[in-house]
Design a protein around this ligand. Structure first.
Ligand code: SF4
Length: 962
C-alpha cells in the first residue's frame, strides 16, 4: 500500500489539555516558531491563517514553501506570494446560496451525463445556508406585519424553497436555516460558530483541533471577525470552490493594526463608532488588507460592538476587521449558550497556541509593540461623536449636528460633488399628496418671486395608533392633508445585522421609544417604519425589558427576521408618495440602521439614504425630516405642545447597561436555535421538495439549469486570451457598484427582465426581486447592468448636462440606443466580443457573483477600469472575464473614448499574473492609439482558472478526474 508522504512539519503536532484534563492535538505555532522565530511577532490574524496552511500542508495544494513564506511574513514586504487558505466551513445566504446550489446541481447533472457518480460532487466542509434575504416589508405598522410578510415571502419563493429542500436531502453536509430565524451573520455569531473544530474524518485519539475559519457568500461575513474568527465574504463562485475542497487563494495581505484607546462617551453608540472607523479606514486605503484591532480600547468593548465594527469591513474596504479572542469572547460564548465543554476547549486551544488575549491591553500576554503591523492607525474612543453616514455612500460620515446643513447644501450641489443637483429655491417647498386613488394633478403652490419660502412644517403631534399606520405598502395614505417635501423621512428602518445583533443599540432604540411615547411624541403614519431584527433573540429581550410595546406605538412593529431594508427589500411606498416624489422631483430620505446606502438600493425613489444607529432611526422617524437639527431643535412636540429635545429622550449608558441582562440569556439562545430542527415553522414544514441525487429541473421562472457547463469537455479549450475588434458596451464613471451591475432589488416592468417574466406568465405583483431570482439565468442576464440609476456615459448628456439613467447602450455601428441586454444578444449573434470601461472602485459594494456571471453571459470579454473591488475582480476572473487596470493617471476619458471605437486586447506571450497587456483603440476615422494596462489576474491559480474558462469548469474537471 502506498504510504502518505510525511508531513513536512510533523514535529509541530503537539497535545494540549483543557482545564478538566481532556486532551487534544493541535498544529503548534509556538513549535513552528522554533524554526521561524518571526512567527511569534506575526499579527494574530496572520497566525490563524498560518495554522491552516501548516495543518493542510500536503505537498500538493499546500506546500512547505507556502508555510515558510507565510511564517516569514514581513510587515512591509512586496506582496507577490499567494496563500492557499483552507477554511473550516462555508456560510451562505439565500440570494447567493440558491445559484450556488444550482451550480452544484448542474455539476451533478454533468457528472451523471459523463457516467460518473453524482456523489462525486459533494461539499467537503460543512455548509450552512440561512434564508434571510427574501423577506420584504410589504406590510408594516401593524401587529400582523410579520405574519403577513412571511406568508407573502413563502408564496413568492415556494419554488426556491422546494429547491433548497432538495439540496438538504441530496448533499450530506448542506444545512438550511429556514426563513424567520434571523440574518446569516447574526445566526453565525450566535449559533454556528463553535470556537474550535475537529475534522469529522479524523479518527485520531486524541483528535486534532483547529480554529474556526470560513468564507461566506455575503460581504458582511466579516461580522464574525468580532469573535476572533478569520473569515470574509467571497463570491458564490469562490465559495463553491472552497466547499469542494479548493483552498481560497489570496495574495499575502498587509495587516493594518488599529489601536483603540479610551472609552466611548455618554450618548455615543457602537454605530457611531463604526461610522468613524469606516471613515478613517477609507482614508487609509485598506483595500485588500487585513485590519486587526488591538489595545486597551479594543479590550474594553463588548463582543457585539466588535462584531458591528467587523461587519462593516467591506465599507472601509478591508478584507477583514479582526478582533483577537479574549475573556470578552469567552463571556459572549457563555451568554449565547455555547456549552461549557466547548468554551473550555476553545480557551485551552487558544492559550496553547499563544493566541489568547487582546494585544496591548492591560495584563495581556502580548504588548502591541511586540507584534508587527504594516502600519498602525490610532483612535481614542473618547473622540467619537454621534454620527450618520450618507446620503449616498457609507464612508461619508456626518456629525449629527451637521446633518441638517449638509443635506441643505447637497440638495443643490452638482451630482459630481455628491449632491442632488436641484434648484436651491425649491428646497423647502412642500407638496400635498394626491387623495388616495386619485392622481396628483394639483401643482404645488409655487411661491411668488421674492415671497418668503414656506418653512418645513412638521406634524409631530398627529395621533398615532395601529390603524393610523398605512399598514400595507400598496395601501394608500389614509390621513388627509399630508404634505411631503425634500428631506422628509419616508422610510425609517431598524434593519441589518450590523446593528440588530447588538443589544446595546437595540435596547437604546427601545428605551428612546419608551421615553418618546411617554413624552407624547408620535411618528407620522405615512412614514414606513419597520423593525427587522437579525434573530428572534432580539424580540425576546426587547419584550422582557418591556420595550417592544413602545417601539410598536411609534410604528416599529416586527416586519420580519431578515435583511429587509438593508438588502433593498423595503417594499414599495404608497402610490401617492411615489407619485408626489417623481412628479415634483423630490429628494426624499430613508434613515436606516444598515451598512449600505448605494443609489436605488433602499428604494428607487429615495435619493438620500442615511445610515444611523437604531435610536437615531427612531428619533428621525419622529422628527420626520433630516433638516431638523436634532442637536438644537426639538425632535417634536410632546404633551401639551411642549417641545421635546433629543437630550430629553436619549437613554443613558447606565439605563442601557441595566437592561443588557435581558440580552445575554444562554437558555434562551439554546432554546431558540434548537427549533431549527425541532420546530422550523408550519410554512417551512409544508414545503415539499423533490428527492434524489440529481435535480430534475422542473419548469420554473426561479430555478433553471445554469448554462455554465454547456458543451463541457474534460479538456479545456486552449485560451489565447486576447481578442480583436471588440465593441464598447459601456463607459462608466467611478464607483460602479455590484448593485449597478446586477441589482438585487425590484424588477421594472419595462426592463428586459420584466418583459421576459411577463412573457412567461408572471404578473408584476409576483416579480419578486432580482436577488430572489438568481437561480434563473434568463432573468439575471437581462438584469445585468439594469440598475435604474446606472449611467452609461456613451449616451450623450442632455441639454441640461444630465445623464440618462438605466441600462442602455448605443449599438455600434449606427449609435442605435437599446437595452444593454438587447445589444449584447445582437453582438453575440454577430460573433463580436465586447468590453466595458469603468473608473475607480469598479465592482464596489456587496459581493455578488451574478455581477460577474451576468457580465460573462452578455459576452463581455474584458472590463477595463482604474481600480477594482477585491471580490468582484476575483469573480470576473472566476467567470473567465479579463479584469484590466489602467496604469497611473490613464483612463478611458483620457483616451477620449466615446463608445464608437473598436478595441483590441493584445496579450504578448504566456499569460502571467499582473503582466502588461496592450489595448489598441481603433477610431472610426481610421486612426488608432495604444495604451498599456495591467492584467489583474493576480495569482498563478487564477491564470489556471482563466485558462479553463473559469473556476467552475476548473473545479469540475478536477473532481471528475479524481
Ligand atoms: S442585513 Fe444587510 S448586511 Fe446583513 S446579511 Fe442582510 S443584506 Fe447583508
Amino acid at each position: 500500500m502506498a504510504r502518505e508522504p510525511a508531513h513536512a512539519f510533523a514535529s509541530t503536532l503537539k497535545t494540549f489539555k483543557t482545564a478538566s484534563g481532556k486532551a487534544g492535538k493541535y498544529w503548534s505555532l509556538k513549535e513552528l516558531a522554533k524554526q521561524y522565530p518571526n512567527v511569534d511577532k506575526l499579527p494574530v490574524s496572520i497566525r490563524i491563517v498560518l495554522e491552516s496552511v501548516l495543518r493542510n500542508c500536503d505537498g500538493q495544494k499546500v506546500t512547505a514553501e507556502h508555510v515558510e513564506q507565510l511564517a516569514n511574513w514581513a510587515p512591509n514586504a512586496e506582496r507577490t506570494d499567494e496563500i492557499p487558505f483552507v477554511v473550516t466551513r462555508v456560510v451562505l445566504q439565500d440570494f447567493t446560496g440558491v445559484p450556488l446550489l444550482a451550480d452544484l446541481a448542474a455539476m451533478r447533472s454533468v457528472a451523471q451525463s459523463l457516467g460518473k457518480s453524482p456523489k462525486t460532487i459533494e461539499p467537503l466542509v460543512p455548509v450552512d445556508l440561512v434564508v434571510d434575504h427574501s423577506v420584504m416589508v410589504d406590510h408594516y405598522g401593524t401587529p400582523k406585519a410579520l405574519d403577513l410578510n412571511m406568508k407573502l415571502e413563502f408564496q413568492r419563493n415556494n419554488e426556491r424553497y422546494q429547491f433548497m429542500k432538495w439540496g438538504m436531502q441530496a448533499f450530506d453536509t448542506f444545512g438550511v436555516v429556514p426563513p424567520g430565524f434571523g440574518i446569516v451573520h447574526q445566526v453565525n455569531l450566535e449559533y454556528f460558530a463553535r470556537g474550535v473544530y475537529k475534522s469529522p474524518h479524523d479518527q485520531g485519539d486524541p483528535p486534532v483541533y483547529y480554529p474556526d475559519s470560513l468564507v461566506g457568500t455575503d460581504s458582511h461575513t466579516t461580522m464574525i471577525n468580532g469573535i476572533g474568527v478569520v473569515g470574509w465574504g467571497v463570491g458564490g463562485i469562490e465559495a463553491e470552490a472552497a466547499m469542494l475542497g479548493q483552498p481560497v487563494y489570496m495574495l499575502t495581505p498587509d495587516v493594518v493594526g488599529f489601536e483603540l484607546s479610551g472609552k466611548l462617551r455618554e450618548g455615543v453608540t457602537a454605530t457611531d463608532l463604526v461610522l468613524y472607523v469606516t471613515a478613517i479606514l477609507r482614508g487609509e486605503k485598506v483595500v485588500g488588507k487585513f485590519v486587526e484591532f488591538f489595545g486597551p480600547g479594543a479590550a474594553s468593548i463588548a463582543v457585539p460592538d466588535r462584531a458591528t465594527i467587523g461587519n462593516m469591513a467591506p465599507e472601509y474596504g478591508a478584507t477583514m476587521g479582526f478582533f483577537p479572542v479574549d475573556e470578552m469572547t469567552l463571556a459572549y460564548f457563555k451568554g449565547t449558550g455555547r456549552t461549557d465543554k466547548e468554551i473550555e476547549r476553545f480557551e485551552a486551544y487558544y492559550r496553547a497556541q499563544g493566541l489568547f488575549g487582546m494585544p496591548g491591553a492591560e495584563g495581556a500576554s502580548q504588548s502591541s509593540g511586540e507584534l508587527q503591523y504594516t502600519k498602525v492607525v490610532k483612535l481614542d474612543l473618547g473622540t467619537v461623536t454621534p454620527s450618520l453616514a450618507g446620503p449616498k455612500r457609507p464612508q461619508d460620515r456626518i456629525d449629527l449636528g451637521h446633518l441638517a446643513t449638509k443635506f441643505s447644501e447637497l440638495y443643490s450641489k452638482p451630482n459630481e460633488a455628491n449632491g442632488f443637483n436641484q434648484p436651491a429655491d425649491k428646497l423647502k417647498l412642500r407638496y400635498a399628496l394626491p387623495h388616495s386613488g386619485e392622481t396628483a394633478e394639483q401643482e404645488p403652490p409655487e411661491p411668488k418671486p421674492g415671497a418668503p419660502r414656506p418653512e418645513v412644517e412638521m406634524a409631530h403631534n398627529k395621533p398615532t395608533s395601529e390603524s393610523a399606520h398605512v399598514g400595507d405598502t400598496a395601501a394608500h395614505v389614509q390621513a388627509s392633508g399630508v404634505t411631503i417635501g425634500n428631506g422628509d423621512v419616508l422610510i425609517a428602518a431598524i434593519t441589518s445585522c450590523t446593528n440588530t445583533s447588538n443589544p446595546s443599540v437595540m435596547l437604546a432604540a427601545g428605551l428612546l421609544a419608551k421615553k418618546a411615547v411617554e413624552a407624547g411624541l408620535t411618528v407620522q403614519p405615512h412614514i414606513k417604519t419597520s423593525l427587522a431584527p437579525g434573530s428572534r433573540i432580539v424580540t425576546e429581550y426587547l419584550e422582557k425589558a418591556g420595550l417592544l410595546p413602545y417601539l410598536e406605538k411609534l410604528g416599529f412593529f416586527l416586519a420580519g427576521y431578515g435583511c429587509t431594508t438593508c438588502i433593498g427589500n423595503a417594499g414599495d411606498l404608497a402610490p401617492e408618495i411615489n407619485e408626489a416624489i417623481t412628479k415634483n422631483n423630490l429628494v426624499g430620505a430613508a434613515v436606516l440602521s444598515g451598512n449600505r446606502n448605494f443609489e436605488a438600493r433602499i428604494h428607487p425613489n429615495l435619493k438620500a439614504n442615511f445610515l444611523a444607529s437604531p435610536p437615531l432611526v427612531v428619533a428621525y422617524a419622529i422628527a420626520g425630516n433630516v433638516m431638523v437639527d436634532l442637536m438644537t431643535q426639538p425632535v417634536g412636540k410632546g404633551k401639551k405642545g411642549k417641545d421635546v429635545y433629543l437630550g430629553d429622550i436619549w437613554p443613558s449608558m447606565k439605563e442601557i447597561d441595566e437592561n443588557l441582562r435581558f440580552a445575554m440569556n444562554a437558555k434562551a439562545f439554546r432554546k431558540n436555535y434548537e427549533q431549527i430542527k425541532d420546530n422550523p415553522g408550519k410554512l417551512w414544514s409544508s414545503i415539499k421538495g423533490t428527492s434524489g441525487q440529481v435535480y430534475d429541473w422542473p419548469k420554473s421562472t426561479y430555478i433553471a439549469e445554469p448554462p455554465f457547463f454547456q458543451g463541457f469537455k474534460m479538456k479545456p479549450h486552449a485560451s489565447d486570451a486576447g481578442f480583436t475588434g471588440a465593441r464598447i458596451m459601456a463607459l462608466f464613471g467611478d464607483s460602479i457598484t455590484t448593485d449597478h451591475i446586477s441589482p438585487a432589488g425590484s424588477i421594472k416592468e419595462s426592463s428586459p427582465a420584466g418583459i421576459w417574466l411577463k412573457a412567461h406568465g408572471v404578473q408584476k405583483a409576483d416579480f419578486n426581486s432580482y436577488g430572489s431570482r438568481r437561480g434563473n439565468h434568463d432573468v439575471m442576464m437581462r438584469g445585468t447592468f439594469a440598475n435604474v440609476r446606472i449611467k452609461n456615459l456613451m449616451v450623450p448628456a442632455g441639454p441640461d448636462g444630465s445623464r440618462e439613467e438605466g441600462g442602455v447602450t448605443l449599438f455600434q455601428p449606427g449609435n442605435e440606443k437599446m437595452f444593454i441586454y438587447d445589444a449584447a444578444m445582437k453582438y453575440i449573434e454577430q460573433g463580436v466580443p465586447t468590453v466595458v470601461f469603468g473608473g475607480e472602485e469598479y465592482g464596489t459594494g456587496s459581493s455578488r457573483d451574478w455581477a460577474a456571471k451576468g457580465t460573462q453571459l452578455l459576452g463581455i470579454k474584458a472590463v477595463v477600469a482604474r481600480s477594482f473591488e477585491r471580490i468582484h475582480r476575483a469573480n470576473l476572473v472566476g467567470m473567465g472575464v479579463l479584469p484590466l487596470q489602467f496604469r497611473g493617471a490613464d483612463s478611458w476619458e483620457g483616451l477620449g473614448l466615446t463608445g464608437d471605437e473598436k478595441i483590441d486586447v493584445v496579450i504578448g506571450g504566456e499569460l502571467k499574473p499582473q503582466m502588461d497587456v496592450k489595448i489598441v483603440v481603433h477610431r472610426p476615422d481610421g486612426t488608432h492609439q495604444e495604451v498599456t494596462v495591467r492584467l489583474r489576474i493576480d495569482t498563478p491559480i487564477e491564470v489556471d482558472y482563466y485558462k479553463h474558462g473559469g473556476i467552475l469548469p476548473f473545479v469540475l474537471r478536477q473532481l471528475l478526474a479524481a
